[in-house]
Design a protein around this ligand. Structure first.
Ligand code: PLP
Length: 503
């Protein structure tokens, strides 16, 4: 395809995208295909010779689109939103066209510098402490996912904890390498890194991380990857982790000779959008100076763009790192997960590997984001966030967030008005958890019937040991009419179900 054809096909694609997004509401929200549906519809092998573009697009329309779950559909109320908007799509398009790989400042200076600037802008707009901004000791980085943010924070905390243990126990530990392996900044000397990595593993059985039962499963996955013990603690009756619970667990572990090194908290949990109590947890963590406190605000963190919601992040001053995903609740398409740290050296010191081919002459004065995460190659993700922040402005983004909260409250009021149902979470943002008053089985049947109808899509979760249905406000331009429609569908299905199986 040359530039002339690209212009024509590009215009057609923009047309296709606009038609799709404008008309997505007329489709079934979920697909009806069976597993394995696609393979028999497509050629057995990739074509030997170039194919006609129209034919390829025809296959997309007739074979691929029927298997799509439409996350941008106005009746999609599952999970959390999958951020999307025209400015973001254009940002990704330009990023793809530039096609740079921003692993170091030298690899594409603007790619690195824009990432630092937009994470500073966004961090400031959220009201994060100044320490998290790049002018101080900290800074922000864009990762692919919240899971990656949690993993990277845990790996940095693990590296720090091991360094501290090695220093403290040098004379006692026969396996430990000599102290000269760390330089003045506490960074590893590359030549000794292989040997150290092997001996580092001897400390792993003593390290303990903590999270709440309500934390996202990515914390457990991170602990598995990092090969560390994870204590999963019970939250209170509002699904919030409390300081006293954490203190008790940490103290018991210290008495056992274990070493607490990482606490992962959540602001806006996946199951029910509850908030861990950071004002209690922060001082508990501070009693252990080498423990890293991470705050996962994958969805809810975006909401702190509204000053009135910052009450939910009280205690953030205790955090070592914080993540939120504009690709969930800030109109930015996947992937765009922002992670801020209070101390960038502490983040990168466990991850620096510096072969000659990646070095450059400005390394001492610039950021090389390859040290801030797992992959070397990195997309120019800052562009789409730059477009979104500038095109909507903070005020536009605040309007979007506030509209979702207002609509969630409207939905909550409809549920509360119907004696057959109960609301099961504290509705603070865009998520309402509700259930029929009755056994879990009945709620499972209701959700299955709703999803099968293709008229709405929702998912379940467990709140305080009971099966609930999650209703999340998702669409960019969601309206009161959408909420009323959703409630009509839910309440009709409930009536049908209760006619068949009375409570
Ligand atoms: N943390 C929270 C609170 C979440 O709600 C989610 C997903 O919804 C995640 C982490 C995982 O996000 P990701 O898919 O970006 O890894």
């Amino acid at each position: 395809m040359d530039a002339a054809e690209f212009k024509v096909r590009g215009q057609e694609m923009v047309e296709y995208i606009c038609n799709y997004l404008e008309d997505v509401g007329s489709r079934r929200v979920t697909s009806t295909v069976e597993p394995g549906y696609l393979r028999p519809l497509l050629p057995k092998e990739a074509p030997q010779e170039p194919e006609d573009w129209d034919q390829i697009l025809a296959d997309v329309d007739s074979k691929i689109m029927p298997g799509i779950t439409h996350w941008q559909h106005p009746r999609f109320h599952a999970y959390f939103p999958s951020g999307n908007s025209y400015p973001s799509i254009l940002g990704d398009m330009l990023s793809d066209a530039i096609g740079c790989i921003g692993f170091s400042w030298a690899a594409s200076p603007a790619c690195t510098e824009l990432e630092t600037i937009v994470t500073d802008w966004f961090g400031k707009a959220l009201g994060l402490p100044d320490d998290f901004l790049s002018q101080g000791s900290g800074g922000g980085v864009i990762q692919s996912s919240a899971s990656e943010c949690v993993l990277v924070s845990m790996l940095a905390a693990r590296a720090h904890a091991i360094r501290q243990l090695r220093r403290a126990e040098q004379p006692k530990s026969p396996a430990s390498p000599c102290p000269s392996d760390t330089d003045d900044d506490g960074l590893l000397d590359n030549e000794a890194a292989g040997e150290e990595t092997a001996t580092d593993s001897t400390y792993l059985p003593r390290l303990v991380a903590y999270c709440s039962r309500e934390s996202h499963s990515c914390v457990e996955k991170a602990a598995r990857i990092a090969l560390v013990r994870l204590r999963i603690l019970e939250p209170d009756e509002h699904s919030a982790l409390r300081g006293a619970t954490l203190a008790k667990a940490m103290e018991a572990d210290v008495r056992r000779g274990l070493v607490p090194f990482f606490v992962s908290t959540t602001l806006g949990t996946t199951s029910c959008c509850s908030f861990d109590n950071l004002t209690e947890i922060g001082p508990v963590v501070r009693r252990h100076p080498d423990v890293w406190l991470h705050v996962d605000g994958a969805y809810a963190g975006n909401g702190f763009i509204c000053p009135e919601l910052r009450v939910h992040m009280q205690g953030i001053q205790y955090a070592d790192s914080f993540n939120t995903n504009p690709n969930k609740w800030l109109l930015t398409s996947f992937d765009c997960s922002c992670l801020w740290v209070r101390d960038r050296l502490r983040l990168t010191s466990g991850l620096i590997v510096d072969p000659l081919y990646l070095q450059h002459s400005n390394m001492d004065e610039t950021i090389d984001y390859r040290h801030w995460g797992i992959p070397l190659s990195r997309r120019f993700r800052a562009l789409k966030l730059f477009f979104v922040l500038r095109r909507y402005g903070i005020a536009g983004l605040q309007r979007y967030v506030r509209n979702h909260i207002k609509l969630a409250k409207s939905f909550e009021a409809l549920v509360r008005d119907d004696h057959r149902f109960e609301v099961c979470n504290d509705v603070r943002l865009g998520l309402v958890c509700f259930r029929l008053r009755g056994p879990d089985r009945m709620n499972q049947q209701l959700l299955a019937a709703l999803n099968e109808s293709g008229k709405l899509h929702m998912i379940p979760s467990m709140v305080r040991g009971r099966y609930v249905i999650r209703f999340c406000v998702v669409a960019e331009h969601a309206t009161e009419a959408d909420i009323e429609h959703a409630w009509e569908v839910i309440s009709e299905h409930a009536t049908d179900l209760l006619d068949e199986v009375p409570l």
